[in-house]
Design a protein around this ligand. Structure first.
Ligand SMILES: NC(=O)c1ccc[n+]([C@@H]2O[C@H](COP(=O)([O-])OP(=O)(O)OC[C@H]3O[C@@H](n4cnc5c(N)ncnc54)[C@H](O)[C@@H]3O)[C@@H](O)[C@H]2O)c1
Length: 419
């Protein structure tokens, strides 16, 4: 039996794609190497924020199933690779999962199949790394025996307005025909497909988007630090500036950048630039500035406690929200972790409130989790708003708390100090 689409890697990117493809009437199978992910999906249990158990049930009713048996790859008309692209300890790209998935696909590839890479990566990965692996393991040639393309995923977890279907999808093929095959696939799943000239341009488009965010967030972070010293509210200035109807896009400071994209993807680009013999200075500067924000927040916490004649050592500090962005449970690269580490080093009695996180671990230590928010707000020497989940903002402006450091500029009140 053939399948119109096999999605390889059933995570934050692969699952929404599979969901939308099932909704569009395609026969879809999900392939993943983690057996527990496969079995829980087949039992109708979702492991990602953007899909509920009911969504998985709807997919299963639409014919979707998950498997860890690679034999399904031989039955595919199209294969889309959505595996992780993390960094190694030395911050260089780790393409191990892309290479492993390509090897598995290559050894089972049928003539005429379309293979699309969606994982975020540096320009040249599809043509120079994925293609040779597919060709050598299959004995087939890209562009003639099978089609190959790159299409960056733009999923924004937790975004209630823009999902896969109404976010334009960029596609670049190894050949023009490869592009057209990929366009035909995605036109069934998303409203707008945007062709670009090749795989490299499509790969760069994704890194351009994330580097642009990265640099502008870092700019706001640097401005937040000196705006505080100049005695002005940067958020108010941003609100004023954003009334300009052209030439300005608002970005906001915060306690540091997190998630899979912003702290990681630009490293893929700076790695590619370093191979040319020089540095991508904007990215490295942005990394340096935003990377220091958790320490800066800890310093501001120390100053606030000092004004209240309290040392950090022994003070109870309550962190509100510890994930990397609001209203999701993803903790990857969350700035709450380095912030917590710094406060623990200074001797703080640290606790957290986050309905999205059952257990928050920092270097092997499990932080005390608070359930009674009003009681904890009243008891804490200092409250730090790290992530403004909706269920945290419901309690704002935290009247029970004596001292609040708002790292997001979202709350105003007598006991609240902005970053
Ligand atoms: N999460 C996001 O918001 C987001 C947004 C845009 C782009 N991306 C990019 O998409 C890619 C995937 O990210 P994600 O967040 O979905 O990752 P994820 O960790 O949520 O999911 C990846 C899945 O791939 C599976 N996997 C790993 N190796 C495999 C292999 N060899 N064969 C089959 N399955 C394998 C893992 O078990 C996991 O289930 C990354 O390159 C990421 O940069 C992520």
């Amino acid at each position: 039996m053939s399948h119109q689409l096999v999605v390889v890697g059933l995570g934050y990117v692969g699952m929404p794609l599979a969901q939308e493809a099932v909704r569009s009437g395609l026969s879809v199978v999900g392939f993943d190497v983690v057996a527990s992910t496969v079995s829980s999906l087949n039992e109708g249990i979702s492991h990602i924020d953007d899909l509920s158990d009911a969504d998985v049930d709807e997919m299963l009713s639409g014919g979707f199933y998950a498997t860890d048996d690679p034999a399904v790859l031989a039955t595919a008309e199209a294969i889309v690779i959505c595996v992780p692209t993390p960094l190694r300890d030395d911050t260089t790209p780790d393409l191990g999962a892309v290479e492993a998935a390509s090897t598995t696909i290559g050894s089972l590839l049928s003539p005429g199949t379309l293979v699309v890479l969606e994982s975020t990566t540096y320009p040249g990965t599809t043509d120079d790394i994925v293609r040779p692996i597919l060709e050598s393991h299959s004995g087939l040639r890209a562009g003639s025996d099978f089609n190959l393309a790159y299409s960056p995923e733009r999923i924004d977890p937790g975004n209630p307005t823009f999902g896969l279907r109404n976010t334009p999808k960029v596609v670049g093929g190894y050949t023009d025909l490869c592009t057209e095959r990929a366009v035909t696939l995605y036109e069934q799943v998303v409203d707008t497909v945007v062709r670009t000239v090749g795989t490299r341009e499509a790969e760069m488009a994704k890194l351009l988007e994330n580097t642009y965010r990265h640099v502008n967030i870092a700019l706001m972070n640097e401005m937040a630090i000196f705006s505080h010293e100049l005695g002005l509210d940067l958020w108010a200035s941003i609100d004023a500036a954003r009334t300009k109807p052209f030439g300005f896009q608002a970005f906001y400071p915060g306690p540091g950048v997190g998630g899979h994209c912003i702290p990681i993807d630009p490293n893929y680009l700076s790695y590619a630039v370093r191979s040319l013999g020089y540095q991508f200075r904007f990215v490295e500067l942005a990394q340096e500035i935003s990377g220091r924000m958790p320490t800066y927040v800890a310093t501001r916490a120390q100053q606030l406690l000092n004004e209240a004649r309290k040392p950090v050592n022994g003070s109870t500090i309550l962190l509100l929200g510890v994930t990397y962005k609001a209203n999701i449970s993803d903790e990857r690269e969350t700035p709450a972790r380095p912030l917590a580490r710094r406060l623990l080093e200074m001797g703080a009695e640290l606790e957290y409130f986050d309905p999205h996180v059952d257990e928050f671990e920092v270097d092997g230590a499990i932080l005390a989790k608070v359930d009674d928010l009003p009681g904890a707000l009243a008891a804490a020497d200092l409250v730090i708003l790290v992530q403004p989940h909706d269920d945290i903002l419901e309690a704002a402006p935290f009247p029970e708390a004596s001292l609040v450091l708002d790292t997001r500029g979202v709350v105003t009140g007598p006991s609240i100090e902005r970053l």
